[in-house]
Design a protein around this ligand. Structure first.
Ligand code: 3PG
Length: 406
């Protein structure tokens, strides 16, 4: 599907600009390490081929100004430990310091450039900044799947100047996600949680016609429950159209038609204070005392979700079921991670927090695919425009999503 492929590209004695995504992605340092680890096959292959590997990544959202707290230097140290070889650093990602560091490289060497987002031209996709990046290298490799939905200079603009190919991680991510969208195994289940409910609407709407079971925890659960109870607050004035309202309507319609079973928490873990330090208890939702904070799904809900998901052949999981930042509220997510790892189903996990949770539970190796993408996975499954793929010559018009439904 890509115009050029990694395996058909000659890297020997070439300087390769390798765009990675070593951002934390909402899952803390564990998410970064996961992304580093998943990029290693590309780095190893480039070094073996005798390329000079110049790594470019963004970290955080510094807004186009230098912020040393978001430097890539600590990443270089992590990468050195993974690779077992020195990783040089440059003070900037373009200009004299980058060019000097590259001039000192020999084939097989690795260099980490400074944070791309210290320059405003990165996020504005400035042609001049893209040109400055391109003049660092002979070939461009994009392995930054988690940033593929961004129209940024190091993702899009740079491809106008250099031979551009996807890296091995990007190829792997795309092949798994396309299996879900183009040839999903049925029955298919969705397990949804997390706090950013708006970000998931497109993906859920798109996946809903394929699903037999939808289990909902996290911040989306009260939204759907309120809607069912006829409460119209939901951050939406009554009578107004909104993505959340549309989503609730779509869920209700799919349920009414008998196509899908929608499961919501029947019990929850709640606490008197928001951090879950005082008086934590498990109760049916309607018994939670006024003013208490709901932090996780309860054990009966875990059982109910597990039972409903057991017959599924494919499961897409996005978002933790509870507030993982407080350990008292992590049990529901951990329990479901173990349940899914023991099923005879292909489980796709997306989102930095969810990916970090399955790793903490020690089951990541037993799941079909733990994506490095958060927003990118949602965008891909939601069939949104992905500028980084188009820049590499991938055209969705030739690979219609949901072909199986037509
Ligand atoms: C991510 O972690 O989701 C990616 O690195 C994209 O980051 P962004 O949302 O700041 O563009």
């Amino acid at each position: 599907m890509f115009r050029q492929t990694f395996s058909r590209t000659r890297f020997t004695n070439r300087t390769v600009l390798l765009r990675t995504d070593f951002n934390t992605g909402g899952g803390g340092v564990e998410a970064t390490l996961h992304r580093l680890r998943e990029t290693l096959p590309t780095i190893h292959a480039l070094r073996r081929a005798g390329a000079r590997v110049v790594i470019a990544t963004h970290v955080g959202r510094p807004g186009g100004v230098r912020d040393d707290r978001l430097s890539t230097r600590p990443l270089a140290a992590h990468l050195e430990a993974f690779l077992g070889c020195p990783v040089a650093t440059a003070d900037d990602c373009v200009g004299p310091s980058a060019l000097q560091a590259i001039a000192a490289m020999v084939p097989g060497d690795v260099l980490m450039l400074e944070n791309l987002r210290f320059h405003p031209g990165e996020e504005s996709n400035s042609p001049e900044f893209a040109r400055q990046l391109a003049c660092l290298a002979d070939v461009y490799v994009n392995d930054a799947f988690a940033t593929i939905h961004r129209n940024h200079a190091s993702i899009v603009g740079v491809t106008a100047h250099l031979r551009s190919v996807p890296g091995l991680l990007l190829e792997r991510e795309m092949s798994h996600l396309l299996e879900v969208t183009e040839a999903p195994e049925r029955p298919l289940g969705l397990l949804l949680g997390g706090s950013k409910v708006h970000d998931k609407v497109g993906m859920i709407e798109r996946m809903l016609p394929l699903a037999s079971v939808v289990c909902i925890g996290g911040a989306l659960a009260p939204v759907v429950m309120q809607q069912r109870a006829g409460v119209t607050s939901l951050a939406t004035p009554p009578g107004t159209d909104s993505p959340l309202r549309r989503l609730c309507d779509a869920l209700a319609a799919a349920e009414r038609s008998g196509q899908v079973k929608v499961l919501l928490p029947i019990d929850v873990v709640a606490s008197r204070d928001i951090g879950g330090h005082q008086a934590v208890t498990t109760a049916a939702l309607h018994r939670v005392q006024p003013g208490w904070h709901v932090g996780d799904i309860g054990y009966r809900t875990v059982d109910r979700f597990s039972e409903a998901l057991a017959p599924m052949k494919m499961i897409v999981w996005n978002g933790p079921l509870g507030r993982l930042e407080d350990p008292q509220f992590a049990d529901g997510t951990t329990a479901l991670a173990h349940v899914l790892a023991n099923l005879d189903a292909r489980v796709l996990v997306g989102g930095g927090d969810t990916a970090a949770a399955v790793r903490r539970a020690g089951v990541d190796e037993r799941l079909w695919h733990v994506s490095t993408g958060g927003g990118a996975t949602l965008a891909m499954l939601g069939n949104e425009e992905l500028p980084g793929l188009a820049a590499l010559g991938w055209h969705f018009s030739t690979t219609p999503l949901f072909r199986s439904l037509r």
